[in-house]
Design a protein around this ligand. Sequence first.
Ligand SMILES: NC(=O)c1ccc[n+]([C@@H]2O[C@H](COP(=O)([O-])OP(=O)(O)OC[C@H]3O[C@@H](n4cnc5c(N)ncnc54)[C@H](OP(=O)(O)O)[C@@H]3O)[C@@H](O)[C@H]2O)c1
Length: 250
Amino acid sequence: MAKRLEGKVAVITGGTSGIGLATAKLFHEEGARVLVTGSNPRTLEAARTELEGIAEVVQSDAGDRAQIEALFDRVQKDLGGLDVLFLNAGILVHGTLATLDEAQFDEAFRVNVKGAWLALKAATPLLRAGGAVVLNSSITNAMGTPGSGAYGASKAALRSLGRTAASELADQGVRVNVISPGPTDTGIIEKSGGAADVIAGTKQRLRERSPQKRLGASEEIARAVLFLASDDASYMTGEEIVVDGGMTRV
Ligand SMILES: NC(=O)c1ccc[n+]([C@@H]2O[C@H](COP(=O)([O-])OP(=O)(O)OC[C@H]3O[C@@H](n4cnc5c(N)ncnc54)[C@H](OP(=O)(O)O)[C@@H]3O)[C@@H](O)[C@H]2O)c1
């Protein structure tokens, strides 16, 4: 069977772990030349080992304008253009109206929303006709979950940004779609802080809420991202695909 991203250049922001890392491997298997970004030196180092021969790993803060512009300048210079952009970098902040502070709110919007807007802005001139952008939102973009105020709002903003970008990039021949995963076992919950027993309790509650009684795996999200990034989804733009084991429907 023909590879679905043969000869394509793909950039994945936040590709050093979890969903982005799994997607980098899948894009490579499907023939793409892949570049991933991250911000944490330790994770970047581990990813360089794990992705050797699979993807180039570049340090670039997904919320910083200068670093984002430098990233896409490099993509233009070294790779000559762009076919697939997966805006995946994101952080989970957890806190209620009473407990979340302003700095955490700002950081969620800096990385999850402003960074995606800046990346779209910088990448637009590079994106070739037939190209595809996928934004990683979350099922929290449409749910009222205690403690998800800032995170859910940032992911709703991202979904909105995706629809606007779909309309603006249509004439350029570029499709823009959104993927909204449900709880996926990546380590993002652990990174959001909190004691080990609280994290374990959160994950157990999420498993119990799921019709499949489990969390998703990164590879299960990556396969849906590949679908949207490839010509298999050639008649889809401005769309959102929910991959959550039925949590929001069943
Ligand atoms: N896991 C879930 O349950 C779930 C559900 C719905 C949506 N999502 C979304 O899926 C995306 C990927 O998350 P994940 O679950 O795979 O978690 P993850 O393993 O923590 O991956 C997050 C990725 O984003 C990168 N990142 C974070 N802040 C960054 C920054 N300022 N600059 C550059 N890169 C940054 C991380 O790299 P560094 O550590 O090197 O910075 C890492 O590569 C996120 O947007 C998340 O909101 C996840």
